[in-house]
Design a protein around this ligand. Structure first.
Ligand code: SF4
Ligand code: SF4
Length: 423
């Protein structure tokens, strides 16, 4: 059965990215790992560090050098603070870690939370340290491992399902044990058959797991997943955890399991660099804090006039600096200047809104209600045939960086029109 949710859009974006195996890189020119205002470093500026060396702390979470090189301190680049390690050009060393051998029954919730913190596991879906999510989720009865893509052109979650299915299922078991939940749903777009098959092979014989085949619509967020999987509405400001459901991205499940098995912190990130504007679309495993420039270079560069957008063409902003904790996809796009014209009252924006709002109300009045309830998913603006910058009008985000998608209204409007090459 294909599970549906209210609202959303179906951007027609054909890609072969799903056919590309993940490529692994352990080095880059510079690593810039995001640092909070209270972040501190624990090694002298200018010292040499190995890949895996502890260099500081942020969000009460340790920070490890993701490449070997020279530690440059916490630097502010374009308004963001980063732990910065420059590649010195020499063959870098990797710090050795000792795997721990402890069975699941020997671990209690606090041990797993401490381990997620010690290994600096981040949930790329929310951008938060996993241990913080787990602390809040103790007692949740359900776990959703989100295996959907941020953008239809991306395929990194799909490749993780296929290539790291054992780690994903293993990580999900640890997470279930930690929060005390009884069931885990792996949720992905319904046509990702190879992903479901790989996950089922690793965990299908156990009653712990179920598989949610979702209608191909974007965005997939807490609200749409809760709607599709449990027919539950999140009230304004309510979180899935408050409804007894922890939702995490597949990357965090994989990273937690791999860290526990190898005794190695999360030094790398998984990311798709995709879209027609990049020379070669790739699924990559790269050092944390890799720059957008290095990512584009790994993919052969961008075609003239294109730039990279973070996460989704629906609502993403132009990517700059380094790969953020909450970014798992960069889409190359060539912006087009589109003429804004008057609202024609078509109602498309309201139909697309997963929050059941009427976005066009922002045209006539500034409603605080609208701004507070809006989750800035961008679906309304994406479908608007009049090119009205609804997100800016709603006031839910400063959209000075927002680009306009290449083609207005490039949507399939019929469920019969199945994707041909989205794999
Ligand atoms: S009003 Fe907000 S929540 Fe609704 S579609 Fe637009 S951006 Fe998304
Ligand atoms: S989609 Fe655009 S043109 Fe249609 S009602 Fe909404 S704001 Fe108006």
């Amino acid at each position: 059965m294909i599970l549906e949710f209210r609202g959303g859009v179906r951007p027609l974006s054909r890609t072969f990215c799903g056919k590309k195996d993940i490529e692994y890189y352990k080095s880059c020119s510079v690593s810039c790992i995001p640092a909070s205002d209270s972040a501190s470093f624990s090694v002298p500026v200018g010292s040499s560090v190995m890949r895996g060396s502890l260099i500081g702390q942020t969000d009460s979470t340790p920070v490890y050098a993701s490449i070997a090189g020279v530690f440059k301190g916490i630097l502010e680049i374009e308004g963001t603070r980063y732990f910065t390690v420059m590649n010195s050009g020499e063959e870098g060393e990797e710090r050795l870690f000792m795997p721990e051998s402890r069975s699941l029954t020997e671990m209690d919730a606090q041990y797993i939370i401490d381990t997620a913190r010690r290994f600096a596991i981040y949930d790329s879906r929310s951008g938060l340290p996993l241990w913080r999510l787990l602390e809040h989720a103790l007692g949740c009865k359900r776990l959703i491992v989100d295996c959907t893509e941020r953008d239809p052109a991306s395929a990194i979650a799909y490749r993780l399902c296929i290539e790291k299915a054992r780690s994903a299922v293993g990580g999900a078991k640890v997470l279930l044990h930690c929060i005390g939940a009884l069931k885990c749903v792996f949720a992905a777009e319904h046509y990702r058959n190879a992903a479901f098959a790989a996950l089922e092979e690793c965990g299908g014989d156990e009653k712990l797991f179920a598989f949610g085949r979702l209608e191909e619509r974007y965005p997939y967020n807490d609200r749409t997943l809760m709607d599709a999987l449990y027919l539950k509405d999140l009230a304004k400001g309510e979180t899935a955890i408050e409804k007894g459901v922890l939702i995490i991205g597949i990357e965090a499940a994989v990273a937690l399991y791999d860290a526990m098995i190898n005794g190695f912190p999360q030094l790398d990130r998984y990311v798709s660099v995709c879209g027609s504007g990049v020379l070669e679309e790739k699924n990559l495993c790269v050092p944390r804090g890799i720059t957008v420039h290095d990512l584009a270079t790994l993919c052969g560069g961008l075609l003239n006039g294109n730039f990279l957008v973070e996460n989704s063409l629906l609502c993403g902003s132009k990517a700059s600096g380094a790969l953020g904790n909450a970014t798992s996809c960069l889409v190359a796009v060539k912006p087009k200047k589109r003429q804004r014209v008057a609202c024609i009252g078509c109602g498309s924006c309201a139909s697309a809104c997963p929050m059941n709002l009427i976005p066009s109300e922002a045209l006539s009045k500034k409603t605080k209600e609208l701004a507070l309830s809006c989750v800035a998913c961008g679906a309304c603006e994406f479908v608007c045939p009049s090119n009205i910058p609804l997100l800016e009008l709603i006031g839910c985000r400063d959209y000075k960086d927002k680009f306009l998608p290449e083609e207005p209204g490039n949507l399939r409007d019929s469920d019969d029109d199945a994707p041909e090459v989205l794999l």
